[in-house]
Design a protein around this ligand. Structure first.
Ligand code: SF4
Length: 227
């Protein structure tokens, strides 16, 4: 099937790309800027809707403010802010009073440190661990051989409950900390407030998924092999 969108495979030099320059740019056959130009116009109008307008504007301002010594003309990127600082500043820009922290129970200690930071910055915070509710895994059809520790009682990760609790806590912005793949998807689908991810769980790399990507040509070759 013809692929009309595959930016990951783009080899057009950045200064010549249709998505990067004001006019006269080019793109490959699978360029979504060229193949979905009408849609791009329609979607641009979405940013005028009240739900998105101010949020999008402030996110873009925050993006630029993560670089130091910006000035007109050629600029060499000088990033200066950690993601958690970026999150604090963005939440403040949005005027958030209360934040939600949806975290993995395996990161209880980190959740406490993150709570310290946001509360020190003046935000109220509601936090919910993934195992909240204490519902056994059997409730979603998990069999004993499908548990982490077979033969034991195991509480399910409950991202829908995390979301519903934070919905009732009326959080202005949610922060996701280390939820598992799939559990994060359920949380993001159900949470009413906008959510941002502080850290993606990776049990092996200290929650740095790109460590495996950066080493896929050496120590993580197995990621491209059918084993
Ligand atoms: S939008 Fe087009 S030109 Fe831009 S990166 Fe994607 S494929 Fe390349």
């Amino acid at each position: 099937m013809e692929n009309k969108a595959h930016c990951a495979r783009c080899r057009i030099p950045k200064p010549e790309r249709v998505c990067q320059i004001e006019s006269g740019g080019r793109g490959p056959a699978f360029c979504p800027t060229l193949n979905y130009s009408q849609l791009a116009q329609e979607v641009t109008e979405l940013y005028a809707q009240p739900e998105f307008a101010e949020f999008a504007r402030l996110a873009s301002i925050q993006e630029a403010e993560c670089y130091a010594n910006r000035a007109p003309g050629p600029y060499v990127l000088q990033p200066e802010k950690t993601r958690i600082q970026e999150t604090v500043e963005f939440a403040r820009k949005l005027g958030c009073k209360k934040l939600g922290l949806a975290f993995c129970g395996g990161l209880q200690r980190e959740a406490g440190l993150v709570a310290d930071i946001f509360e020190s910055q003046g935000f109220a915070l509601a936090s919910v661990a993934c195992n909240c509710g204490g519902v056994p895994k059997e409730a979603i059809g998990i069999q004993d051989r499908e548990k982490v520790c077979m033969g034991s009682y195991e509480t399910m990760c409950n991202p829908l409950l995390q979301a519903e609790i934070l919905n009732r806590e009326e959080t202005d912005l949610n922060i996701v900390l280390g939820l598992c793949v799939g559990h994060d998807s359920l949380f993001l689908k159900r949470a009413k407030a906008f959510s941002t991810v502080l850290a993606a769980k990776d049990r092996v790399t200290g929650h740095n998924p790109l460590a495996a990507v950066y080493t896929v040509h050496s120590y993580y070759q197995k990621l491209k092999a059918h084993v």
